[in-house]
Ligand binder design. Sequence first.
Ligand SMILES: C[S@@+](CC[C@H](N)C(=O)[O-])C[C@H]1O[C@@H](n2cnc3c(N)ncnc32)[C@H](O)[C@@H]1O
Length: 216
Amino acid sequence: ELLVDIGSGPTLHQVMSGCEVFNKVLLTDFLEVNRQELRSWLQDEGGCSLDWTPFLQHVCKLEGRHRIQDTQPSAWTEKAAKLRQVIMDIVPIDVNHPQPLALDVLPSAGADCLVSSYCLESVSPDLAAFTRALGHIGRLLWPGGHLLLIGTLGMSYYIGGPGLKIPTIPVNEAQVCASLKESGYTLIRLEVYTWPQDMKLFDDASGVFFVKAMKE
Ligand SMILES: C[S@@+](CC[C@H](N)C(=O)[O-])C[C@H]1O[C@@H](n2cnc3c(N)ncnc32)[C@H](O)[C@@H]1O
């Protein structure tokens, strides 16, 4: 029923598949500037500075959504409309706080699923804080709810913009698994993608992990 995206940033790629499955999607970020960017896209009045069209088209392709006749609406415009329909709100979050969202944001039962991409390892000062953040966001889930966590491996910094080098906490697979266990999740699946050398343009990450876990 309810999918919560943790640390959405100004981006939507991480909820483009989830919007087909969940009736409600809640977007969250620490920074108002990012929440405003998402609001601009949601309102669809031309104020959005990012064009999500190629992402929507690519996700449609991955999902096997095609339109043969030109007279029909394209699959990606339908996906954009679906996404706008299910996004229920865009709210502030702080994963370093034991109560990451304002009290009245979620229904009392909690969320059914959390998705979070490239957030926790980039906002945690050390591994202990990364583990605590996993515990904090876990409180938003009901027992039996799921976490889809995407993050970088071995990344000590990323370039956030010209001259802006942002320090991050490098984590490895074993640390991610141990942090999940310590924070009350059961790991269901872990996949790792190792970056080719020539992909290291904006950071020093060695790869990316994809986790599916369940709140105990
Ligand atoms: C690297 S970006 C990831 C954005 C997006 N999820 C993606 O996949 O591209 C990390 C995000 O975490 C947000 N952030 C920073 N501090 C945070 C905090 N304490 N709690 C939650 N999010 C935070 C930042 O504003 C930023 O949007």
